[in-house]
Design a protein around this ligand. Structure first.
Ligand SMILES: [Zn+2]
Length: 250
């Protein structure tokens, strides 16, 4: 059963409410000293953050697992972990840390830039992206592979053809790569509107990850996420959790 079917068939009034699920957003796991966009967390800091999570009796899982568990009333101790852009450093720097803490994650990849670089960031240091083989290895390691579109375009500025390619086209390419059509889509730059969310739904994705979905909050195709940075230690993570609880209370 897909996560979306599980959600649809959840009893009315159940506690599934997908937008209330707490989902962490990471990008690159590497040395954060040259990091103008604040997207890099050192593997040692990721280790400390997951240790803090585990100490509170929580476990980090991919978003699809999280949504299914919530739909079945078993989501209480789970936090979603996501890695955007599909940086190649995930394999050597994030995966061993996730394994150490018995956690899984969703990795949102760009099948139109296999083995490429983050060319959409004008100022950031160039970082290599996962190759086709590495994406297959990530899936084989038990991680969820989701789509971040084809090449990291702003969907709110895309024409109909591009919107279809980025959503439906990237889903098909990932299915060819891993043998499994992805459940999850993640909006590049966190930019979305109703039209983009409808395209993601129509392409067959069970859920969509945003950052601050604004008026779309409450839609499973516009899930809010919490940016986790190099500066976050245990106390700041707790503060972020409280902020998440407040902003999704409806
Ligand atoms: Zn991105």
């Amino acid at each position: 059963m897909s996560a979306e079917t599980a959600l649809r068939t959840a009893a009315p009034g159940s506690r599934a409410r997908p937008h209330r699920a707490w989902i962490w957003m990471y990008h690159s796991a590497a040395d954060p000293s040259d990091d103008p966009y604040g997207i890099t967390v050192a593997p040692e800091r990721l280790d400390l953050q997951l240790r803090a999570l585990r100490r509170r009796g929580l476990a980090g899982v991919g978003v699809s697992t999280l949504l299914r568990a919530r739909a079945a009333g078993r989501g209480r101790g789970l936090v979603g972990l996501t890695f955007d852009d599909g940086y190649a450093d995930f394999v050597d720097s994030a995966l061993p840390v996730l394994r150490r803490h018995d956690c899984t994650a969703t990795v949102f990849v760009l099948p139109g830039r296999l083995g490429g670089v983050n060319a959409w960031d004008p100022e950031g240091p160039r970082k290599p992206l996962l190759t086709a083989d590495q994406i297959r290895a990530v899936a084989a390691a038990g991680m969820e592979v989701g789509s971040h579109g084809l090449v990291h375009r702003d969907l709110t500025a895309a024409g109909d053809d591009v919107l279809r390619e980025e959503t439906r086209g990237s889903r098909e390419l990932i299915r060819e790569l891993t043998g499994r059509a992805p459940d999850g889509f993640c909006y590049p730059y966190g930019y979305l509107d109703r039209r983009a969310a409808d395209a993601v739904r129509a392409a067959g994705y069970a859920y969509g990850c945003a950052i601050d979905p604004g008026p779309l909050l409450g839609d499973v195709h516009a899930l809010p996420r919490t940016h986790i940075s190099q500066a976050d230690r245990s106390a700041r993570l707790l503060a972020k959790r409280l902020r998440h609880e407040v902003r999704t209370r409806r």
